[in-house]
Ligand binder design. Structure first.
Ligand code: HEM
Ligand code: HEM
Length: 159
């Protein structure tokens, strides 16, 4: 049996792609926000719309993931994981869920609520997300190439 369902795997990669796009195409939304703060006209071009709707999609998909996780229970650590490593992995995953939700909510509060402090929080989360994702990818590579315990296969549709 797969530890993660097909839906969970598809959701993981869809969210990862959406988040990557939020970072790659950040220029337009940053320009729009700067214009808003200076009282200039805000251009709602397709990339700005993409950031807003992409961010809302992340929020909805993450909530969906958390509902599945709450119903089915968190997937247990891969065989051979020490209790300390399991705790670190668990906290890492919780932190990833936390920053994704915070990023989306702060973005919404900044854009629709015009809350400048939320905009600052949103910007502060940028390096936090990058560091957490870098650690997450490093951990996956460590499992794949050093421990060789098949962890990556758990997030793959091909067995
Ligand atoms: C989890 C989803 C999201 C991620 C990962 C994300 C990521 C980012 C990144 C990397 C920037 C560029 C910061 C910079 O270089 O200045 C940014 C800016 C911005 N985003 Fe998002 N965003 C998300 C969701 C949203 C949502 C849902 C909205 C609004 C509805 C939004 C509104 C904004 C605004 C107004 C800015 C410019 C202000 C600022 O830089 O703080 N974001 N976002
Ligand atoms: C190349 C990029 C990525 C790789 C190789 C990767 C790999 C993995 C793997 C192998 C797992 C399963 C861990 C296990 O079985 O215990 C996992 C889970 C997870 N990943 Fe990623 N991931 C990537 C990108 C991301 C991104 C960008 C995010 C979000 C910002 C993310 C968030 C998560 C979360 C929250 C879990 C835990 C799922 C759960 O158990 O509820 N991943 N990832």
């Amino acid at each position: 049996m797969r530890p993660y369902s097909r839906t969970q795997i598809l959701l993981h990669w869809a969210v990862a792609l959406l988040i990557a796009a939020q970072f790659v195409f950040h220029e337009s939304i940053a320009d729009a926000w700067r214009a808003f703060r200076r009282g200039q006209e805000v251009v709602f071009d397709p990339l700005v719309a993409g950031h807003v709707f992409g961010g809302i999609a992340v929020l909805l998909l993450v909530v969906w993931r958390l509902v599945i996780r709450a119903r089915a229970g968190a997937v247990p650590p891969v065989a051979g994981t020490s209790p300390r490593m399991a705790l670190i992995a668990h906290l890492g995953h919780i932190a990833l869920y936390g920053v994704m939700i915070l990023a989306a909510l702060s973005g919404l509060a900044a854009w629709f609520g015009e809350v400048e402090l939320a905009g600052e929080l949103h910007e502060t989360l940028k390096p936090v997300i990058l560091i957490l994702v870098a650690g997450h990818i490093a951990a996956s590579l460590y499992h794949q190439f050093y421990l060789k315990d098949g962890l990556m296969r758990r997030m793959s549709l091909r067995k």
